[in-house]
Design a binder for this molecule. Structure first.
Ligand code: GLN
Length: 534
């Protein structure tokens, strides 16, 4: 069993997760079984309760774990199925250590960061290795070298390498090499200092991955090699991508990163065959056609808030050799300027998931415009609930219809809290979470797209369609195309007299991959293309 640790230096947001995921892709294509894991040094137990302003998207796994969005990269780039074992925060580590302490497990000892906290961290690496039986476990350490809160994790991986033997562990440091305009050159000092910081705590990286906006010349590579104590070939260039993040694996392959990793870990494998990846990239970079898709949300200004949604749309495009031009639309802008002004001329509109009232009215107007003008609509979670409220108000004439999330006193609560969850007080971990079966109704658009009777989809929500309104909706052409197997919970809705108007209570975006686009996104892009070529 081999272990790779990915740390980051200088600044955050360097794309360590993407680097780890891309290395995973390359190693898988060399025939190795790979497991990926993320350690986050913050004290929240999971990112489930963090605002998108703080943290970006919360990525949900099959088992309901609410995790960091880097796990989304891991799943999209590799074949691994992740569980809560693949994600660890300081909050979880301390919770476990304190629980043990209260139980008296430490037999009167003083409980300390070293060895008790570090042992807990090391256990999590070992557990993943054992349960996955992977050839290589890649562990990414969140945060930046030099942060106080990251120290226990770095200490733990240093010890871990000692435990498993140095020939079985490899350290990769992802760092930043900025171009300084006034000097007209790339600067290596921040990299030198961040590697020095790592060496201070006993970790000497084998490879230094340099994030930069232009190529590293020989002189720069020599300098990094010398000052960071890595061989010349161990200086890996990872330039900003020109078009898409899916370029990264090929970029790292050109730098021979996977070859070096295998050499250093003594893994005897053939070169990675990336021809399918090249094909996929061609479709992303030079598609035969292009289409504009609007996403109406509340965190539109943030890069990472709807990460998986944007990714899944691009996968839907790959399925049709079609490039997606995203129109990111603030829901509140629609409230101000009207839907037509912002949505006219688009191929389709998507309303993603969300919580809280801001922007809800704008999303309702977007759904109304899409329904009335026969514009393809895909509503995810809140996007489905919004479409339901709009239909209730404007087609069924149910004045004041709403979700009880936004109007507790609504005379027509067409979306309401799950009965079983009423009265729960804690905010964290009280939602319907994770993969659950969805039974599809024969003859519906959804069933046709999936080509299946039952599918598993991931959930993250509290509110549901209110069943006392089902008959009324059905009479007017609102189709319940998917439910829970017992028929109780509405999972998918669509409109009869519309080319593509579909909403789902779950999050299909979490299960879409570039080489396996999700059926609903594939169908949505097909409908958008059809509208514009008609
Ligand atoms: N706020 C809604 C609910 O809790 C929708 C959640 C979501 O879109 N993820 O049901």
């Amino acid at each position: 069993m081999k272990y790779i640790f990915v740390t980051g230096g200088v600044i955050s947001s360097l794309g360590k997760g993407l680097t780890a995921a891309s290395l995973g892709t390359l190693l898988e294509n060399r025939g190795l079984k790979v497991a990926l894991q993320k350690f986050d040094p913050y004290l929240n137990v999971d990112p489930g309760t963090m605002s998108p302003f703080q943290h970006g998207e919360v990525y949900v796994l099959d088992d309901g774990a609410e995790t960091d969005l880097d796990l989304g990269h891991y799943e999209r780039f590799t074949n691994t199925k992740l569980t809560r074992q693949n994600s660890l925060t300081s909050g979880q580590v301390y919770a476990r250590v304190l629980e043990r302490e209260r139980r008296g497990d430490y037999l009167g000892k003083t409980v300390q960061v070293i060895p008790h906290v570090t042992d807990e961290i090391k256990t999590r690496i070992r557990e993943l290795a054992e349960s996955t039986k992977a050839d290589v476990v890649i562990t990414e350490i969140g945060g930046t070298t030099g942060d106080i809160e990251g120290l226990p994790f770095l200490e733990a991986i240093r010890e871990f390498a000692l435990d498993v033997g140095y020939s079985n562990a490899l350290f990769i440091h992802v760092t930043y090499v900025p171009f300084i305009k006034a000097a007209g050159e790339l600067k290596t000092k921040p990299t030198q200092q961040s590697v020095a910081k790592l060496r201070e705590i006993g970790i000497a990286p084998h490879l230094v991955v340099c994030r930069c906006d232009r190529p590293l010349n020989k002189e720069i590579r020599d300098k990094i090699s010398l000052f960071c104590n890595v061989p010349y070939e161990g200086v890996i260039e990872e330039k900003d991508v020109d078009h898409t993040i899916y370029e990264v694996p090929l970029m790292l392959q050109r730098e021979r990163m996977d070859e070096l990793v295998c050499q250093l870990l003594r893994l005897d494998t053939p070169p990675a065959n990336m021809s399918h990846w090249q094909d996929l990239l061609r479709k992303l970079i030079a598609p035969q056609k292009r289409i504009r898709i609007g996403v109406v949300g509340k965190y539109i200004g943030l890069q990472d808030a709807y990460k998986s949604v944007y990714e899944a749309l691009s996968h839907g495009g790959i399925a049709h050799d079609c490039g997606i031009e995203l129109e990111r639309i603030e829901a509140e802008q629609i409230e101000k300027g009207g839907a037509e002004k912002l949505l006219k001329g688009l191929g389709g509109v998507l309303v993603p998931g969300g919580f809280g009232e801001r922007g809800v009215q704008g999303k309702i107007l977007a759904a109304q415009y899409a329904r009335e003008s026969k514009l393809p609509y895909l509503g995810l979670c809140l996007g489905m609930q919004i479409a339901t409220v709009e239909f209730a108000r404007n087609v069924l004439g149910l004045e004041g219809a709403h979700s009880t999330e936004f109007d507790k006193a609504s005379p027509h609560p067409v979306i309401a809290m799950l009965e079983e969850q009423k009265g729960l007080m804690n905010v964290g971990g009280t939602m319907r979470l994770g993969a659950q079966p969805v039974q599809l109704q024969v003859g519906t658009k959804a069933a046709h797209l999936y080509g299946a009777f039952v599918v598993n989809e991931r959930h993250r929500h509290r509110y549901e369609f209110n069943n006392s309104y089902r008959a009324q909706f059905e009479q007017r052409g609102f189709i319940f195309s998917g439910t829970s197997p017992d028929g109780e919970l509405v999972e998918l809705i669509e409109l009869r007299d519309h080319p593509f108007f579909l909403g789902c209570q779950f999050h299909p975006e979490f299960q879409s991959k570039p080489n396996a686009p999700h059926p609903l996104f594939r169908g949505f892009i097909a409908a958008a293309l059809q509208r514009l070529t008609l």
